[in-house]
Design a protein around this ligand. Sequence first.
Ligand code: HSE
Length: 442
Amino acid sequence: MTEQLIQLGLAGLGTVGSGVYEALRDNNTLLEARAKIPFAVKKIAVRDLDKKRDVIIPNELLTDNWEELVNDPAIDIIVELIGGTTQAYQLVTAALKAGKPVVTGNKALLAEHGAEIFKLSAQSGIPIYFEASAGGGIPIIHSLQSSLICNHITSIVGIINGTSNYILSSMGEDDTDYDVALTQARELGFAEDDPTLDVNGWDAAHKALILAMLAFGKTISPDKIFVNGIENISKKDFAFAKQLGYTIKLLVIIRKHENGKDAIELRVQPCFVPNSHILASVNGVFNAIAVTGDIVGETLFYGRGAGKMPTASAVIADIITAMRESRHPEFHTGFHPYATKCEIMSIEDTTSPYYVRFQVADQPGVIAELARILALYGIGISATSSSKNSQDETGMVWNDLVFMLHECPWGQLQMALNDIAELAYIRPNPSVIRIENLLPNP
Ligand code: HSE
């Protein structure tokens, strides 16, 4: 029996959209041989029909109206790659309502509107696939949904923003300036249209929300995640980290605590990672995600977390899954929330050791005052380090003073820092970086 041709409507021809078009074209024979389903791109919606593009597309495929994709009865599957949360939201909800399965890589859309979109998908029985929404080319979504299906997930910890990892690696390894590294990441096509999301931690947070939803079976609203970015990490912090045997990584921490409430720690923060840990060697655009399940134990997923072709690879995997599952729509692997509760811990209660770098005036008693306040809050110091800065315009000498602090709740440290902020001869806003309690290398 000859399979019926499946036709795709592609919305968006930016970096990832053109990668998808090129890979579908170049690997068409391989894909049809493996999937055993003939397919074709029927229409592509773009913002500007006249824009000069690197990829050559027959004119008759292009439209500047995405509604044509949804309204065309010959189009079976919609691939949303326009990004943002306004038009993309309209397109995805219209497609699901029209009975067309959707493939998207839009993490912001799913993090912000996931509850509504997944409900619509469940009610209509029309799946939405989103492998490209987290981890770029790493098959983490499919792994959580299918390969690890029998596991209660106990933790997901890792690096899931390629741009910030590229910047931190360049600062740590090559001593590159923050702004130069960010410009390079943008030129390489890793960064979001709005790169502030990459550096302020929110791109990683959107992905973390999606991973947590899959792990715990419930949609989670973005106000539940605590997020710090990398904007304030300086070369000085890298120098101290190196001296102390660490590097700095922007980590996503999703960790279930068996504390009677089964509460989940959910945060994105720059962290000290010991050089001996495998995550310390994940550099450049690479992402790594360590998933621990009660049956499987520890697993580690590694690959390119951003960029045109790795992301296209993830999108195409979903297109093929959507085609295959369209034969048996009742068994589709789109996300069906199933849990009734999912309690997220307050950041105040999350604990770890810390690195804190103060800038203190070279005056007698300053260190003793700092130590006294920390002791008042029961916070112990495990090590100290310092370096001398140059004089300021008044002739006063300021030193960088680093305290490595024993494990304590985040809230307790913040209270101590509030008191310390009142002291004279200490500059405001010390650099506070968690020293992450990581599982041993798998
Ligand atoms: N801007 C994202 C990153 C792209 O740098 O990881 C992939 O989601």
